[in-house]
Write a protein that binds this ligand. Structure first.
Ligand code: PMP
Length: 438
């Protein structure tokens, strides 16, 4: 199958209907700022920061230069019994912007790796404390925590778990926090904090002493932006503490300014024990993720081992890859120099005004949003998910890239977008969602 001299026969695309894609390819050949271009030269506005990855915009020369220099300085170093200066520098930089007390950092290459690593660290911590029976995890309906086996087990978007159910680990699920009364709520819903009691119920049912950790995305991202009700995260924190359970915030999407603060933990003033991050860590430029843990979590694991062997039987060939570290350091420089977290907070007012202005369009069933992330729930067609897929293809044709998830659209532009860019994105949405006939 050829498309513009590209042979598409051999690459099996992830999370894609490959047959449909071959009929109607959507290909990005080039990117700069908040724009992509197709091989034919059509301009596509990036309304999803790639995939929540590129808040500083595409093609940042500072990152390219840092990557180039690092490749020539030290292109690769293993990190089993070896290290490179650049990874220590990055861990120190991250510790400075993370919530107080969360300052020990393990590196991987993807959000999925971060999630599975966090699960293993939680188990290692409990073992170190003599609590080896804590092997169960709690997650939430509609959650997305990546696709490795740990993340697949945690999955609350059930399509991602169902097909692999025989091989997953022991995870029990709380309910998600969305309900009908919250429709068209901008920011945090006032009602629904009582859903945190699901964690207490699961502790009663399974025994709190069997549970290692509870995973939550502070704002559920992949399902289309579900914002936590006021008081919900705080109550989860309390119940986790009462039961000796670690609270893990998966900030793969919410990290690095998406909510207006460096991390959603700070935005919502609830400090977890562990934070996972990826995506915007390198502005999407080089694959990288991290797991940041409280000082005492690492300390307990280190102290439990007296023999000369690794404390954590876990690590990746590409953990703390020097080139990824260099890209991350250059990215953090940009965030700081350009004040992009503050820019995210300031721009979010205009952005959310625009999003909630779509309320009366015929295709819109619900709108949700916080900071620079929003979800547009579409009125479904006869087959679930089909409307989302149709609309995202129409938007692409009209020059706007958004991510469809089921019958919702994820709209989360880069923080460097101008008000004019956001206005142009909204015009395309008005046009496509304003028609009743798709
Ligand atoms: N956790 C969350 C909250 C995510 O949104 C994602 C990716 N969308 C992941 C984990 C997995 O990240 P990756 O695709 O890099 O493995």
């Amino acid at each position: 199958m050829m498309h513009n001299s590209i042979n598409m026969d051999h690459h099996w695309l992830p999370f894609t209907n490959n047959k449909l894609f071959h009929k109607e390819p959507q290909i990005f050949a080039r990117a700069e700022g908040v724009r992509y271009w197709t091989p034919e030269g059509n301009e596509i506005l990036d309304g999803a920061s790639g995939l929540f990855c590129c808040p500083a915009g595409h093609g940042r020369r500072e990152i390219a230069d840092a990557v180039h220099a690092q490749l020539l300085e030290l292109d690769y170093s293993p990190h089993f019994q070896r290290a490179a200066p650049v990874s220590f520098a990055l861990a120190e930089r991250l510790a400075a912007i993370l919530p107080d007390g969360i300052d020990r950092v393990f590196f991987g290459s993807s959000g999925s790796e971060a999630v599975d690593s966090a699960m293993k660290i939680a188990i290692a911590y409990h073992r170190a404390k003599g609590d080896a029976q804590r092997t169960r995890f709690v997650s939430r309906s509609w959650a997305y925590h990546g696709v490795n086996l740990g993340g697949t087990s945690l999955a609350g978007m059930v399509g991602n778990r169902r097909e692999y159910s025989g091989i997953t680990c022991d995870v029990v699920h709380m309910r998600h926090t969305w309900n009908e009364d919250q429709r068209f709520t901008r920011g945090q819903p006032e009602t629904g904090a009582e859903l945190a009691e699901d964690l207490a119920d699961l502790c009663r049912t399974y025994g709190g002493e069997t549970i290692a950790a509870v995973f939550v995305e502070p704002i559920a991202g992949s399902i289309g932006t579900i914002v936590p009700p006021v008081g919900y995260l705080k109550r989860l924190r309390e119940i986790a503490d009462e039961n000796g359970i670690l609270l893990i915030f998966d900030e793969v999407i919410t990290g690095f300014g998406r909510t207006g603060s460096a991390f959603a933990s700070q935005e919502f003033a609830v400090t977890p024990d562990i934070i996972t991050m990826a995506k915007a860590l390198t502005n999407g430029s080089v694959p990288m993720s991290a797991v940041a843990v409280k000082t005492e979590i690492q300390q307990a694991v280190l102290d439990a081992i007296t023999a000369d062997r690794p404390e954590l039987m876990h690590g990746y060939t590409y953990s703390a890859h020097p080139v990824a570290c260099a890209a991350a350091l250059a990215t953090l420089d940009i965030y700081e120099k350009d004040g992009l977290f503050a820019r995210s907070k300031a721009l979010s007012q205009t952005f959310l005004d625009g999003v909630f202005g779509l309320r009366n369009l015929p295709q819109v069933a619900d709108l949700r949003g916080y900071g620079m992330m929003s979800g547009i729930q579409l009125k479904p067609g006869s087959v679930p998910g089909e409307k989302g897929s149709i609309i995202q293809r129409l938007l692409f044709k009209e020059g706007l890239h958004l991510k469809a998830t089921g019958d919702a659209l994820i709209f989360a532009p880069a923080f460097v977008s101008s008000e004019k860019d956001i206005g142009r994105m909204l015009e395309v949405l008005q046009k496509v969602l304003g028609r009743a006939d798709h």
